[in-house]
Design a protein around this ligand. Structure first.
Ligand code: DGL
Length: 280
């Protein structure tokens, strides 16, 4: 525990996801801000989170946050929409003020919501996400707070995360599930002109998602926007920016087999990485 008067913690930015998907966010952030140190933590052993209850997602996310804090991170990004939808508010409002008042945990829903209203022309926005994120209605609430005239329709894609986690994302069998979810979304609202890929795993399915999305619809993968938003945050919060160490390194931790994670992550990031196994 650290009190209000505790010395500031200096260390890397922690990036957390239920599995491999957060690498798409990490990639966007490192591309924009290569100078910082990062720790990536994937809870692959317990992924997917998308079908789990609020309580379970909260408990798992809190364990990951505590682990990243114990590794010295002053700032953590929940690079997981499901964790952002189900755990972020409680962590920010109940846990941090008591346990770590000088550290911060940020999510990915708000920055995406801020951007999407500037991109739609029809004001009809689609959300493709996990069942947990869609049911939480977090996107609808955040977007309509900022852009009240919008219509938001969500479609859960329960098969998409398993396709990625199991390395099936570019195989022919994935096509059926990808087309099916996109068709359902556009049948529910044919005026949608902008679709948020509201799960960090989905950019890895992007070639196939593009194939089944009618031309003229804008797809929004999140990495770029989360990176922009984080950069602005650090510019506004210089006290936090000074606490982030700047060696340009990135360490990877997974709750699953380190070999399995390293192999998949090296393919996704297009560079050799070596992950370390940990338990939460
Ligand atoms: N990648 C996470 C998200 O953005 C969750 C995937 C999952 O574990 O179900 O929602």
């Amino acid at each position: 525990m650290e009190g209000n008067t505790a010395t500031q913690q200096c260390g890397p930015i922690g990036i957390f996801d239920s599995g491999l998907g957060g690498l798409t966010i990490l990639d966007g952030i490192r591309h924009r801000m290569p100078q910082y140190d990062f720790i990536y933590l994937g809870d692959n052993a317990r992924a997917p989170y998308g079908t789990r209850s609020f309580d379970v997602v909260y408990q798992f996310t809190l364990q990951a946050v505590e682990k990243l804090f114990s590794m010295g991170c002053p700032l953590i990004i929940l690079a997981c929409n499901t964790a952002s939808a189900k755990a972020l508010r409680s962590i920010q409002q109940k846990y941090l003020p008591q346990a770590f008042p000088n550290r911060r945990v940020l999510g990915v829903i708000r920055p995406t919501a801020e951007v999407v209203g500037t991109l739609t022309k029809s004001n009809h926005i689609g959300i493709l996400a996990t069942e947990g994120t869609v049911r939480s209605e977090s996107y609808k609430l955040e977007i309509q707070k900022l852009y009240p005239a919008t219509t938001i329709v969500g479609q859960a894609c329960p098969m998409w995360v398993p396709l990625v986690e199991n390395g099936e994302y570019d195989k022919p069998g994935a096509d059926y599930f990808i087309k099916d979810s996109i068709d359902k979304l556009l049948t529910a609202d044919s005026q949608i002109d902008t679709i948020i890929l509201g799960c960090t795993h989905y950019p890895l399915l992007l070639p196939k998602i593009k194939q089944y999305t009618p031309k003229g619809i804008t797809l929004i993968p999140q990495g770029k926007y989360i990176a922009e938003s984080l950069q602005e945050y650090l510019q506004r919060h210089q006290e936090m920016e000074h606490n982030i160490t700047k060696g340009g390194t990135c360490k990877y931790f997974t709750t699953e087999s380190s070999e399995k994670f390293s192999e998949s992550a090296s393919v996704f990031l297009n560079e050799p990485i070596e992950a370390i196994h940990i338990t939460l």
